[in-house]
Ligand binder design. Structure first.
Ligand code: AMP
Ligand code: MG
Length: 465
């Protein structure tokens, strides 16, 4: 069924711990991503069968898999932790899609590993369904992201202050290699391992890069694009720790993430982010901070220290212009102005939106429907801006192709999770279907575009554990 080719398992033993997923008592398939299965060349019918579900639950290890938990370190909210690692996930192995692309197949919530510390190695239904919905929306929007192949209920109880149903997510990624993976070896002064990891990442993700510096340049560029894509959707990752930043450039580790309803640049959702370190507007600076940590790991491989530090610093500094250009391109497209949009016009609009707490998604989408004005209480201020905007002859088609009709709104995700807790998967399925067609207008999905009523607003999201 799976044609594994496990390049990570061929790396030195210090890179991981070989560990089997822990079987669960009563696996039940909650969701299977048929489109993704097809893209991967996997047989959806088999994945849905009892044998398939047994694999997706971690009860059966398929032939050719070499399950392992990856070692990594990371800065969590700025504080360095020399050993984290996959504490509740195992990499089953890597497969090649029919188009030749290599993908990791990982089970998240699959039981304890040597990296679990005090954790139970499990996940509960809520974060599994959240990651499924949000990552598949991101994929539908063309944002680099890990993906969700399946969600399985374990039939077991997970304790998170209260008893909750356990679940396992099958996550698909270009790789699960993080900035923190490099930090793990850097802090141990293991140059041979750093070199092996660098070679592996270059071969796998950036074959055109011919040196550690070129790898750094490529990761900086990839992250600049990814973060700009988040910003253009009002997305807040929530836990941009270095262990949650993939060197592939994919968005990874959807925990207490969320999309803004009412726009304000300092918006924070994560209940664990008390200082607002990872607020929406801070994300580009945090990316630079994380990339500086990545650069620090690569410096020992870059020759003489003085010039290496200089080159690495310069590389990290290139994030700003790359990000600014990507940001302007994306927000220009959102306003229907291709090519050389006027930064001031975008900024004026965002300032206006922030002042009036306009709904981020509805306001931009409303520019094509003529309803944007309704999102503002001070209509005169909007009209003044709109006159200048109209003078630029915006392309309405571009606006419609850029701004989604709906996003995974927090209150809808929470409702879907609440229903799933009573064994009603209908809201999850409906949301899941609507979110992967984010530009499609359908009367029966109108409620999913609406902003939350005051009583429905979700102020905090909780960590994905
Ligand atoms: P996160 O903040 O969710 O990215 O996770 C940070 C670290 O904690 C990673 O090393 C995870 O593997 C580990 N971790 C999170 N939840 C659990 C859990 N329930 N059991 C074991 N390890 C966990
Ligand atoms: Mg993580």
């Amino acid at each position: 069924m799976f044609q594994f080719d496990n390049s990570y398992a061929r790396l030195p033993r210090s890179f991981y711990a070989a560990v089997m997923p822990t079987p669960v008592s009563r696996p039940r398939l909650l969701a299977l991503n048929r489109d993704l299965a097809a893209r991967l060349g996997l047989d959806a019918g088999w994945l849905e069968s009892p044998e398939g579900v047994s694999v997706l639950a971690g009860n059966t290890v398929p032939q050719g898999a070499e399950p392992l938990a990856q070692a990594y370190a990371g800065h969590q909210f700025g504080g360095f932790v020399p050993q984290l690692g996959d504490g509740r996930a195992v990499l089953l192995g890597e497969i090649m899609a029919p188009d030749g692309t290599r993908f990791d197949i990982q089970l998240k919530g699959s039981g304890q590993t040597p990296f679990s510390r005090r954790g139970d190695g499990r996940a509960w239904l809520g974060p599994v369904l959240r990651e499924y919905l949000v990552s598949e929306f991101m994929a539908a929007m063309g944002v680099p992201t890990t993906r969700a192949l399946a969600a399985v209920a374990t039939g077991e109880t997970v304790w998170r202050e209260t008893a909750l149903p356990g679940a396992v997510l099958t996550r698909v990624a270009a790789s699960h290699i993080r900035v923190g993976t490099f930090q793990y070896f850097a802090v141990r002064d293991d140059r041979a391992a750093l070199q092996a990891l660098t070679d592996h990442v270059i071969a796998r993700h950036y074959p055109q890069a011919d040196s550690p510096l070129a790898l750094l340049d490529a990761v900086v560029a990839a992250q600049a694009e990814t973060i700009a894509a988040w910003m253009a959707l009002g997305f807040i990752h929530g836990v941009m720790n270095t262990d949650n930043m993939a060197v592939s450039g994919e968005t990874i580790d959807y925990g207490p993430c969320a999309f803004m309803d009412a726009y304000h640049p300092q918006t924070v959702f994560s209940s664990i982010d008390r200082q607002g370190r990872y607020a929406w507007a801070n994300q580009p600076q945090i990316a630079v901070w994380n990339l500086a940590q990545f650069a620090t790991c690569l410096i020992p491989l870059m020759g003489e220290e003085g010039p290496a530090v200089e080159a690495a610093t310069e590389s990290v500094h290139r994030f700003a212009p790359l990000y600014q250009a990507a940001w302007l391109r994306r927000f220009g497209d959102k306003l229907g102005i291709e090519g050389a949009p006027n930064r001031q016009l975008v900024e004026r609009f965002l300032t206006l939106m922030a002042r009036q707490r306009a709904d981020f998604t509805r306001t931009f989408r409303g520019l094509v429907d003529g309803t944007a004005r309704d999102e503002f209480t001070d209509r005169a201020a909007f009209d003044a801006w709109a006159a200048d905007w109209q003078a630029l002859r915006p392309d309405l088609g571009l606006i419609a192709r850029t701004n989604p009709v709906r996003i995974p709104r927090n209150h809808r995700i929470e409702q879907a999770i609440a229903a799933a807790l009573t064994d009603d998967l209908a809201p999850f399925r409906r949301l899941s279907q609507a979110l992967v067609q984010p530009f499609e207008t359908r009367p029966e999905w109108d409620d999913l575009s609406a902003a939350p009523l005051p009583a429905e607003i979700v102020h905090h999201t909780f960590c994905g554990t």
